[in-house]
Design a protein around this ligand. Sequence first.
Ligand SMILES: Nc1ncnc2c1ncn2[C@@H]1O[C@H](COP(=O)(O)OP(=O)(O)OP(=O)(O)O)[C@@H](O)[C@H]1O
Length: 319
Amino acid sequence: MTALLSADDVSKSYGDLVALDGVSLSVREGEVFALIGPNGAGKTTLVRALTGTVEPTAGTVTVFGESPADIDARRLGVLPQSFSPPDRLTARELLTYYAGLYDDPLDPEEVLATVGLRDAGDTWYENLSGGQQRRVCLGSALVNDPDLLFLDEPTTGIDPAGRRTVAERVETLAAGGTTVLLTTHDMAEAEALADRVGLLADGELVAVGTPDELLAEYGGESRLEIDLDAEAETVASMLAESGFDATTTHRGVAVHGIAPTEIGRVVDVLDAEGLSYTALTWREPTLEDVYMTLAGDEEGGIARDDVRSRGAPAVGGDV
Ligand SMILES: Nc1ncnc2c1ncn2[C@@H]1O[C@H](COP(=O)(O)OP(=O)(O)OP(=O)(O)O)[C@@H](O)[C@H]1O
């Protein structure tokens, strides 16, 4: 498939601060691409470079094969991280206004319903809740039915049901051929929605791949988590004496490198030693584990230099 959006060795500095450091990335037509990474990693700066609102210090960006400055803005939908529409217009008036900027927009009523605001359509923007305001802003990015949609933290402040609505909308748009690049701190959202995920840290793209590829490479093993009343160190060493790879966690003990069929053997050891536990949970790796491995070094993840020496950033396909 064609690369609809690409960044080639893009860097951006603000004085001495390097916000982006040689980022290369391409997003294919119809793909949903999620950018994840810690606060200050450079996600918004990359979105702004891709949408042409920030001029890279070095490197090249192309959108629809052209420089962002030359493209037809009507083909883009952009939800910035912070966006302040006029306060004293209602949700309906705002979406009608934004629709009026385009030749062939979606019906504002339909967009209002899509973002779950039909009942609040006549409320001034300033009187909407934070999540409702975010929904209006999202609606404004959808109203021109864009070919390429940038969503910078679209679900921040939106409740779980609303997040599901947004996810369903993104899935519908992607199924209809819209290309979506989103940033998020919600790892479950990224894992569920994205065809590929890119992790930015300190301005560098540390890894790119499908969620499955990233999980296989950086997610670690499945594990059995045991919530304990007893002393975790004692339980971990007893399990270790029985040949299990057990480590302590904040809730008890985790047993690594076993198959689900071996859970009974662990329980046998606990029972034989008279150790009580409050819960046993089988845990498959998630994108949050990937994130902690790659970007959680301040919280105990591995150093990114180690990751680079293991062949990052791309774990599968092209970057
Ligand atoms: N206009 C600017 N002037 C100076 N520094 C900036 C500017 N915009 C961003 N930065 C800096 O660039 C770095 C990357 O910021 P950016 O907003 O891209 O991060 P982010 O990954 O989107 O963070 P968050 O998850 O908190 O939204 C930060 O250190 C930020 O302070």
